[in-house]
Design a binder for this molecule. Structure first.
Ligand code: ADP
Ligand code: SF4
Length: 689
């Protein structure tokens, strides 16, 4: 089937200085937790994107000098010639599929750490380092500025030698000296690099000219530029950005524009929809004749084509949509848009960078496994046997296992106890802001619908007898998990005599996230009055439930024994948005407090540091502590292992939350891994190192 002609505009080439992009799909720079430390894995991940049809594939930010070392974050690195070969490998792999390779050179100045290099941090003016390291950055002298320009030129030349087609000057995300010089809060200089806008933009202009002179004969020079920081006058503001774009309009061969910082640019879907950056970047195309690329978590080909037709962008930039579906362009080109595995905006991919570990993706379980496990997002080994597979549970783990096994060609049967498929994804997607998470279910159901060898049964709870009768060779139990009501978690356990550690938990009603997902808030049985949410889980669940409860008009307090609310939300860039939203909803946040006792109408809290007790009115307590696997069926089957052979069963496996409760990403990965490894013995260390 051909593609609709309205998408043809996405497949017209674009001239970028001396190079030409074959279509309008541009994988903009994105971190991946592999970078210079795992260069083969990094190159393989980028190659898959090139194979998937992206015209341009960019690296993440690339350090140009030891004084801009961002350890412990793992990014690309071009400190000297020894860093060229791994990046040359990446270029070769990208070029093999007809794509252009781009590199984002940067020096992080006061946003570096130099924890590894032990160099002194540098900045436009004396200032603290951004990330709390206890050493300040020193003000750069004119000589330092000259040195910095030389490092940038040297890195650009090395990039050209490695084979890159596009070399970036980076002035975005508050992560580069070129941007730091623009910011009044960071640049207090009194010389020709400080003060009025032309002075603050001088270094950026010089870098663009330097880079063109160094590599512009063969490489395009791109500028990644933040048009707004949403910080007021201390930051880059839209008004100033308009002047800067006018000042530099024709200097780069390509403008790559977005908002800063990263938490605004890669904003989770909870807080912004597709194309949300348009008001901040639409002016750029009116100011320059150079091609403009921008991002907006674009997954709809209609939105993409409209962006180009309406003159907002020339190229569709994507980081997350290319992670969730490296083959997005090819699917549109081939008229298979309905097969796009759409990003859900959960930002689990970001957590790889934050934790300096290989990138993973909720929607795409092969992300980060291209080299070490040889997993491909579109291809999978055909079935090794004609075994029949039975899966219990239609949540993300069960659906992904069924889909991938179906793709392999196995006869696969999935039985779901409830009327609705999707498990926790369907349930959580009904919470405020999480609607897009249903894409995890919808993409898998769409793929399964096209498979004659896959059968789905709703309202079909399985017990051991049905499983034994079914006649499957392999059984996967993806039966999920439930939230605990007893308060057990990171901070509270049981007393020596087996009583719940928190007094009153056994006597008074305690609600759990499952109750909220089951609709308890809409029922008369839910008490009127103050609601306290106790968060010992430290990720998104408590916050989103606070939002749901606050929306009913109740007074909400969110309390946690941790020193920081929802600490893991920092790793997904949720944190600042979460705090703003809770503040806007008048949710009271109380950190460093554990629950000592639950009474009929109040809680007794303990300050975790001084042990002082206080009381808090509480008509209803929602405990978000930890979960227990729903593995009763597994235990039932395990007890009848002696019956398996007669029933033709070779293996029974727990997957997803039923094995160990985790993220949706973990459940999808677990289901995928089960499907990949079926009929294949696994090595002790199950991946290449
Ligand atoms: P995961 O995240 O591991 O996929 P979920 O909790 O999202 O787990 O989904 C588990 C699904 O399994 C739920 O939809 C639940 O209704 C279903 N389920 C639980 N027990 C059974 C069973 N015995 N037979 C069939 N389906 C079951
Ligand atoms: Fe999108 Fe989530 Fe995958 Fe990131 S992890 S690409 S946000 S689906």
């Amino acid at each position: 089937m051909g593609r609709p002609s309205r998408y043809d505009i996405l497949f017209t080439p674009v001239t970028i200085g001396p190079v030409t992009a074959k279509n309008r799909f541009f994988q903009v720079p994105h971190c991946n937790g592999m970078g210079h430390a795992m260069s083969e894995a990094h190159a393989a991940m980028r190659e898959v994107k090139a194979e998937g049809g992206w015209a341009v594939i960019a690296t993440e930010e690339c350090e140009i000098h030891p004084s801009g070392d961002v350890s412990p974050y793992v990014e690309a690195r071009l400190w000297d010639d020894r860093d060229i070969p791994p990046l040359a490998l990446l270029c070769d792999k990208v070029h093999a599929h007809g794509a252009l390779a781009a590199i984002e050179l940067t020096h992080n100045g006061p946003t570096a750490s130099n924890l590894y290099s032990r160099e002194i941090l540098i900045a436009p003016s004396h200032q603290p380092s951004k990330y709390g390291y206890p050493q300040q950055a020193r003000a750069m002298s004119k000589r330092d500025i000259a040195e910095y320009r030389r490092w940038h030129c040297d890195a650009a030349r090395r990039a050209r030698r490695a084979g890159f087609d596009i070399v970036y000057v980076y002035a975005a995300h508050d992560l580069s000296l070129a941007m730091h010089f623009l910011q009044r809060r960071r640049n207090h200089r009194l010389d020709e690099y400080g003060g009025r806008l032309e002075n603050r933009a001088r270094l950026l202009k010089e870098l663009l000219l330097d880079t063109r002179e160094a590599v512009g004969d063969r490489c395009a020079v791109a500028l990644r530029f933040a048009t707004e920081e949403l910080l007021g006058d201390g930051g880059v503001t839209l008004a100033e950005a308009q002047d800067i774009v006018a000042l530099l309009a024709e200097l780069p061969d390509l403008w790559d524009v977005n908002i800063a910082a990263w938490y605004n640019d890669s904003i989770p879907s909870r807080y912004a929809a597709e194309g949300a950056q348009e008001p901040f970047i639409a002016f750029v195309k009116k100011t320059t004749t150079r091609p403009v690329v921008g991002v907006g978590r674009f997954t709809s080909p209609d939105t993409m084509a409209a962006q180009i037709r309406r003159g907002i962008l020339d190229m569709i930039g994507a980081a997350r949509p290319s992670i969730a579906d490296p083959f997005l362009p090819l699917k549109i080109e081939q008229g298979r848009s309905d097969e796009i595995r759409e990003c859900i905006g959960c930002n689990i991919c970001v957590s790889g960078d934050m934790t300096s570990t290989p990138i993973r993706c909720t929607q795409n379980p092969t992300m980060g496994e291209e080299w070490r496990k040889g997993w491909h997002p579109e291809r999978i080994a055909p079935a090794a046997t004609d075994a029949r597979i039975l899966i219990a549970g239609g949540g993300p783990a069960g659906l992904e296992a069924a889909r991938a096994l179906g793709q392999r060609g196995y006869e696969v049967h999935l039985a779901e106890a409830g009327r609705e498929l999707g498990g926790r994804v369907s349930r959580e997607a009904r919470l405020p802001g999480l609607a897009e998470w249903a894409r995890v279910r919808d993409w898998r159901l769409g793929r399964l619908a096209a498979m004659p060898n896959a059968s789905l049964y709703r309202e079909s709870p399985l017990d051991a007898a049905t499983v034994l009768e079914f006649g499957a060779r392999h059984v996967a139990l993806a039966t999920g998990s439930h939230w605990r009501r007893d308060g057990f978690g990171r901070s509270n356990a049981y007393t020596a005599d087996g009583e719940c550690f928190i007094a009153g938990f056994a006597r008074h009603p305690v609600f759990t996230p499952d109750d909220i997902l089951d609709g308890v808030l809409e029922r008369d049985a839910f008490p009127a009055g103050d609601v306290v949410i106790f968060d010992d889980d430290e990720f998104y669940t408590a916050g989103v439930i606070a939002e749901a409860v606050a929306a009913t008009g109740r007074r909400v307090t969110l309390t946690t024994p941790a020193d920081q609310l929802a600490a893991w939300c920092r790793n997904t860039l949720d944190y600042p948005h979460l705090r703003h939203r809770l503040a806007a909803l008048n949710v009271t946040v109380l950190v460093s407090h554990n629950i000592k006792a639950l009474a009929a109408d109040h809680l007794v809290l303990t300050d975790v540091w001084n042990g002082r007790e206080s009381t808090l009115p509480c008509a209803a307590l929602i405990a978000v502590t930890s979960r227990l696997p729903d593995d009763a069926l597994y235990r039932e089957l395990a007890a009848r292992e002696s019956d398996w052979a007669a029933a033709g069963i070779a293996t029974v496996r727990l997957i997803g939350d039923a094995e160990a409760p985790g993220l949706i990403a973990h459940a999808v990965y677990s289901g995928h891994r089960y499907a990949r490894e079926l009929d294949h013995p696994c090595r002790e260390v199950p991946f290449k190192r």
